[in-house]
Structure formats: C-alpha cells, structure tokens
Design a protein around this ligand. Structure first.
Ligand code: CP3
Length: 360
C-alpha cells in the first residue's frame, strides 16, 4: 500500500508528516495527536450562528460553508485533524431515499426499505452526486496543507442499512435484524442491500480521497447492537470489502463503533489501520483485544467533558498512561461531543494531551 506522507515537518525526517498521520501508521510522534468526534456541532457558538441561517443539509451541500465550519472548529480547538463537515446519511439521497432531520427527532427516512423490491429499486450509479463533499474537502485540504490531517468519512454498511430499514434511529433494530435473518444471501434483500451500499460507499470514498482526504473514518456507530456471531455471519465480510477497497486508494482507514468490547477482535480482522474505541472499557484492554500491531483511537467518555477540570484531567491522564507511550494512539472521545458541552473543557483536553509526558 502506498501511503501519502506529505512534506517533512519542522521536526525533521524523524517526525515527517503530520502527527495524526504518523500515529495512524504507528510511527513515533512528538506528542499524542488529538481530535474529537463531532468537533463541529451545536455545542459551539460559531456553528450555531451558521445554523441560524442554514439547515444541516444546506451546510453540507455548500462546499464553502462546509469547509468554513470544518476549519473554524479545528482551529478553535487546536486539534491535530479536521473531519469534513458532512453527515452519515448523505449517500441515501443518490440511492433514491429521501430523508430529513427533524428537530429533536434526529433523521427520518420517508419511505424505509422493508422488502426485497425496495432493495432492488435502490440505485448505485449516482455516487458522483456527492461531489459537493469532495469540493469541501478540497478547500479544507488547501487550507491546512500538511499542518493537520484531513479526515473524510462514511457510514459502515450495517449502520447505514439500519437507518434505511428502520427509517431513523432505533432502540432494538427489529426490522433490520428481521431482514438480516430472513434474507441473508447476496441474491436476497440483506446481502444485496449491503453489496449496494459497499458499491456506493466505495465510490463516495474515492471522491473524498481524490479531493485530498488523508484518512477515511468508517462509522459503524450502531454495530454494538449485534451479537458477535451475527456480526461475523452477516456484516463482517462486506465491511471488510469496503475497508480493503478504501485502503487500495492509498489511505489508512479508521473503523469506529460504539459498545464494541465484544467485537473488537473481529473488527480488527477487517484489516482497518486504526480501530476507534468507545469509553466503556479501559483503553489498554481495548488495545489488547485489537492487537498492538494496529493503531487505536479513543476513548474518553464525552460526558466527562461536563466534569470539573480536575476530574477531567485525571481521566485524560488515565487514558494516556494506558496507552503507555506506544506508537499508534490517537486521543479522541469514545463517541461524539453532545450539545451543551463547555468548549473551554474541550480546549483544555487538547492542552492536557499535548503537554502530557509519560514519565510525569
Ligand atoms: O465535526 C463533526 O464530526 C461534524 C460532522 C458530522 C455530522 N454528522 C454533522 C451533524 C459527522 C462526522 C456526522 C456523522 C454521523 N451522522 C453519525 C456517525 C457519528 C456518530 O455519532 O456515531 C451518525 C450516526 C449520524 C446521523 C445523525 N446526524 C444523527 C443521529 C443526527 C441527530 C442527532 C442529534 O444530535 O440531533 C444527526 C444530525 C447532525 N449531523 C448534527 C451534526 C452537527 C446535529 C444536528 C444539527 O446541526 O442540526
């Protein structure tokens, strides 16, 4: 695999490339790199100001705005990577499914996918309609050059399938699992749906990589709803295919899920370069399950950002000690920042991570 490493940084050859990219590739770094899931969002006044005048989807579809929101958040926080402002559900539209974000409800898909006929009707030939995300990435990459890592992203096949089938967020995933158990093979609904998603997501990631994304993060946010044997039997193979296809484009892949303690070993077997860990398990245990031959990202509880700074600092240091100075740790949360989070606490975490020395 050919990796884009960029220009040598000021630190000389030994620290060439951005801190974030080096950690993804398990190379030594001068400081642990840090960024946050949902670092651009409603907890930040600058984002709320933009949202007063534009809907979420409008921001996503106007590259100028999406780039501005991405850059503003990364600069305000002083993080080592910028994740492109977009949403997991954007690929549903070119596949033929309309959705909207309803205030307080989250995403709603108007005509959820429930039958084999619904799956056959989904289109896979219009990923190029998502070009607006690539144009936003171009702007962000031109702005940061090699200073920060630029992260493109997409949903994983299971998590996106669950939105398409349930029609929105779900507690028990009953419709999703029903389709999975009833029609699992490539020629029936579930297998065909995942294959179609892999086809569209591969092209979507290609647009993002060609536009300058250094890394692709694949969000399998709801994979923790699956038993290990179901993950193995119905989800692992198409997910692995997507991850391998993106790696073939020459960029590392971060594979992230929530409530994954029982799935980590198998998630690592997809071959992803970095595994995102949630906060329910200490980082060293998670890393052991993933295997030390792979990088990890995580894993502070996002709600700890509401704690007094002394407690926050204890938790941040615990995580850094658990990482043990080993190459290949990217500091992050175990899931996204929520509305109401104090921005100063997020900024304080960046400082704590950057100032941390293992021998202190
Ligand atoms: O800096 C960033 O990370 C922002 C970019 C971003 C958004 N969505 C914008 C957004 C990213 C990386 C996502 C990914 C995403 N979208 C995921 C995976 C990440 C995760 O949390 O597991 C998921 C599951 C979605 C689907 C989604 N989008 C939901 C469930 C919601 C509603 C939840 C809520 O908090 O209301 C959204 C809306 C959304 N996407 C917001 C943002 C900033 C908040 C709503 C808004 O601004 O109107």
């Amino acid at each position: 695999m050919e990796i884009k490493t960029g220009e040598p940084a000021a630190g000389g050859e030994i620290f060439a490339g951005s801190r974030f990219m080096r950690a993804c590739l398990r190379k030594p770094v001068d400081r642990t790199p840090v960024w946050f899931l949902r670092q651009a969002g409603r907890y930040m006044q600058e984002y709320r100001d933009v949202r007063k005048h534009h809907s979420l989807v409008e921001i996503c579809k106007q590259p100028e705005l999406a780039a501005e929101v991405t850059i503003t958040a990364a600069e305000k926080l002083g993080v080592d990577a910028a994740i492109i402002f977009a949403d997991l559900l954007l690929p549903l539209e070119p596949m033929g499914l309309d959705f909207e974000f309803q205030a307080g409800e989250g995403p709603v898909v108007h005509r959820p996918v429930r039958t084999a006929e619904d799956v056959w009707a989904l289109r896979t030939d219009r990923a190029a309609d998502l070009e607006y995300v690539a144009r936003a990435i171009q702007k962000v990459a031109a702005h940061f050059r090699d200073r920060l890592g630029v992260i493109g992203f997409c949903g994983a096949p299971y998590t996106l399938a669950s939105y398409m089938i349930e029609g929105g967020s779900s507690r028990n995933y009953i419709h999703t699992k029903q389709m999975m158990y009833r029609d699992p093979t490539a020629t029936t609904a579930w297998g065909s749906l995942l294959d179609k998603l892999v086809a569209v997501l591969t092209e979507y990631c290609r647009l993002q990589v060609q536009a300058g994304a250094d890394v692709i993060q694949i969000f399998d946010s709801w994979v923790g709803s699956l038993a290990l044997s179901d993950y193995r039997q119905y989800v692992f193979e198409p997910t692995k295919r997507l991850i391998r296809a993106v790696q073939q484009m020459g960029v590392p892949v971060i594979y992230f899920g929530v409530e994954t303690a029982g799935l980590l070993e198998t998630m690592a077997a997809t071959g992803a370069d970095v595994i995102g860990l949630d906060w329910r398990q200490p980082l060293d245990e998670g890393w052991r399950a993933v295997g030390h031959g792979r990088a990890v990202q995580g894993n502070l509880d996002p709600i700890t950002l509401f704690a007094p700074v002394e407690i926050l600092e204890q938790r941040v240091r615990e995580i850094l000690h658990a990482a043990h100075g080993r190459a290949g740790h990217i500091f992050n949360l175990g899931h996204g920042i929520v509305p109401g989070t104090p921005v100063e606490h997020v900024q304080a975490v960046v400082k704590m991570v950057h100032e941390f020395r293992i021998d202190q």
